[in-house]
Design a protein. Structure first.
Lengths: 395, 316
């Protein structure tokens, strides 16, 4: 067990491509940290550099206080679980799990005991003598974890370990990974492109984009206080609604109507020296059917009326989709997010799409007008040019 | 291996057949007929060029048939086999062949593996490295054999000069060593090519995982790469063993079979073509055929348990 420090770590390939750019992360001993971002953001490269599978171009990597830049992977005392599981197909489950111990020349009795202990933890007891090809995806995944934990390494590195599992199993394994990490108390660095995994698993989340760290923080903090448009759009499902707006005399003129800023937001916007054109971000759950909003609350918000395109009832609440007239918000970061989620081409032909999450008690119907209220104090304003969150405050 | 798979697929077809027969439409049947027709010429040629010569050789091997005395042709049963198998020349040729096969294939495997690893790992100038490695394989064997012969001829050859001017090709053991050298030089690239195909099948993630698990480069090679490459290694060994067992051209040019350096193929050639003894020559051919069949059979048995990750290999 040890803390891991990345100090201005940079990876530049011989062809000049910059994969990772001056990444600074301090991972505490026993912490569960998630690297998340769209594909090509440098998260896997960062993980491989921690593992020693890729050289660090500049910067320093310290594990347990020691510089390890020059050490071979086997001398770093870390274990890794791969997306492909990377099980040795010619060995049984038992041999797979014992492999690192055998290489370390551990005596037979200890190997036996450690493998059996790990098999107990991961519920693999009855599969020990089978070959990986005869196991299901979930079982293979557990063997890969078993091979990592038998060694009691300083840290675990996980490279999208759940991506090859089907949706239901993934949710199940997510909980067991989380439980396992707490049980072992070992530092864990976990790479994923799935923001749900990032939100649910980690103590802290590192959001990366284009090789650079965008923001580091606890999942809830990132959700509530995204530093920029990219983090705001990446974290959360369904994602935040973005509406272009003009800012005039403390009033937002947007497809949602003219919304006066609350005092709190006005102060932050003034401090941030906001431009005239901004992007307004509102989370789906900050909308509500205005009939269900109590009178005394209403003053703190604003309402708009529009036609309900689609209504999805989730049981506990409802998702109502609207299309407001106007231009969609545009920025480099939003375009990248859309490309990553595959919605770039599927964008609505015109108008601003809005997703709202309203109470299940709402009487809104598909194809009919509905009056929707939103909390004006929860809106976040972004600079379209830089993506900076104008309403960001370190709280 | 092929045995069991054909049996299995045969069974599967049988199981499906009754249902299939019903749904087989006019067009489908015509298509199947066309398929057979398209296969027929190839099948016929295969029978003509392989099955017939084999059958004819077996027939000839049971005859006393010397073209110098064509009138004395007669069915003699297994007499020819007794003659050949009790001949010291035959057994000398068998030993020469086996020794050359084993020694050259072992050296080729080791060198070929090294070349394959180099070709697989090369990042700079990959094309040049691969091309230069493969050049010997691209040269006609007889041409290469002649250049080896001149190189080893005292007075004219640079290799003979280097070795002190001894006529190495006139003594049995040195001559065999030279033949083996020529064989190795010529066919190692082929071995390397087959092994490289096997190397490409080892997933990178496995090697990364092994590196993190604490394996050194050598341990990664012996404990991960080699077991995963086993099928490719067996294929390469099978090809090369069968080829080496039938060695002829290098030997023909370099020693001509003198000083007891005849291989079985060489001896067969001398009896069949030079000696015009069709009976004895055919007997030897049939014996070579049987030996090759046994070698192939052994390798194929090994294949059955070679696929990594199969539980039902029955190895343990």
């Amino acid at each position: 067990m040890a803390e891991i420090v990345l100090d201005k770590v940079t990876k530049k390939y011989p062809d000049g491509a910059l994969a990772v750019q001056e990444v600074d992360i301090e991972i505490a001993d026993g912490e569960f940290i998630i690297l998340v971002g769209p594909s090509g953001c440098g998260k896997s490269t960062t993980l491989n550099m921690i593992a020693g599978l890729e050289d660090i171009t500049t910067g320093e990597l310290r594990i347990g206080g020691e510089r390890v830049n020059e050490r071979a992977p086997k001398d770093r005392d870390i274990a890794m679980v791969f997306q492909s599981y990377a099980l040795y197909p010619h060995m049984t489950v038992r041999e797979n799990m014992a492999f690192p111990l055998r290489l370390a020349k551990v005596d037979n009795a200890t190997v036996e005991k450690k493998v059996n202990d790990a098999a107990d933890i991961l519920d693999l007891g009855q599969h020990l003598d089978r070959k990986p090809s005869n196991l299901s995806g979930g079982q293979r995944q557990r063997v890969a974890m078993g091979r990592a934990i038998v060694r009691s390494p300083k840290a675990f590195l996980m490279d999208e370990p759940l991506s090859n599992l089907d949706a239901k199993l993934r949710v199940q394994m997510r909980t067991s990974v989380s439980r396992l990490q707490k049980q072992l108390g070992t530092t864990m660095v976990y790479v994923t492109h799935d923001q749900t995994e990032a939100m649910t698993l980690g103590d802290r989340v590192v959001v990366m984009r284009g090789g650079a760290v965008q923001q580091i923080g606890a999942p809830q903090y990132l959700y509530d206080h995204p530093a920029n448009l990219f983090v705001a759009g990446f974290i959360g499902s369904p994602s935040m609604n973005f509406v272009p707006a003009g800012l005039e005399d403390g009033v937002l003129r947007s497809p949602l109507g003219d919304v006066p800023l609350t005092d709190r937001i006005r102060r932050m916007v003034e401090a941030a020296d906001a431009p005239r054109e901004v992007i307004v971000g509102i989370r789906p759950e900050h909308f509500e059917d205005s009939k269900l909003v109590e009178e005394h609350q209403r003053g703190g918000g604003h309402t708009f009326t529009s036609n309900v395109d689609v209504l999805e009832s989730m049981g506990s609440d409802k998702f109502a989709y609207f299309t407001l007239s106007g231009e969609q918000a545009t920025s480099a970061e939003l375009a990248e997010l859309a490309a990553d989620s595959g919605t770039a081409e599927a964008g609505s032909g015109g108008g601003v799409p809005i997703v709202t999450r309203i109470s299940a008690a709402s009487g809104a119907r598909e194809g009919e007008q509905a009056e929707i209220w939103f909390n004006a104090d929860k809106v976040q304003l972004f600079d379209p040019a830089t993506g900076r969150n104008l309403t960001y405050s370190e709280e | 291996m092929s045995q069991t798979t054909t049996e299995k697929s045969g069974a599967a077809v049988k199981a499906v057949e009754p249902k299939k027969k019903v749904v087989l439409s006019e067009g489908k049947r015509a298509e199947r007929k066309l398929g057979w027709l398209l296969c027929a010429p190839a099948a016929f040629i295969m029978l003509a060029v392989t099955a017939w010569p084999i059958i004819y050789s077996v027939y000839l091997s049971l005859q006393r048939y010397d073209l110098k005395f064509p009138d004395r042709q007669e069915f003699v049963g297994l007499d020819n086999y007794v003659t050949v198998l009790s001949s010291p020349y035959w057994w000398n040729a068998v030993w020469v062949t086996v020794v050359m096969t084993v020694v050259s294939v072992v050296i080729e495997l080791v060198l070929g593996m090294a070349l394959a690893l180099i070709m697989h790992r090369t990042l700079v100038g990959r094309g040049i490295v691969r091309t230069s490695t493969l050049i010997p394989y691209g040269i006609v064997t007889v041409v290469a054999a002649f250049s080896w012969r001149y190189a080893w001829t005292p007075g004219t050859g640079y290799l003979a000069e280097l070795m002190g001017g001894d006529p190495v090709l006139t003594e049995k053991i040195p001559a065999l060593a030279v033949v083996i050298l020529a064989e190795v030089w010529k066919t190692t690239p082929f071995m390397a090519l087959l092994l490289m195909a096997g190397l490409a099948l080892v997933p990178d993630d496995l090697l990364k995982a092994a590196a993190l698990d604490g394996a050194s480069g050598w341990q990664r090679f012996t404990k991960v790469i080699l077991p995963l490459m086993k099928p490719a290694i067996l294929v390469a060994l099978l090809f090369r063993t069968l080829d080496a067992f039938r060695i002829f051209d290098n030997l023909f040019v370099l020693t001509g079979g003198s000083q007891g350096t005849s291989s079985v193929s060489m001896l067969t050639y001398n009896n069949l073509i030079k000696g015009l003894n069709l009976g004895i020559g055919s007997t030897m051919s049939v014996l070579i055929f049987i030996a090759v069949a046994i070698i192939a059979f052994i390798f194929i048995k090994l294949f059955g348990t070679a696929a990594p990750g199969s539980d039902d290999g029955g190895k343990r």
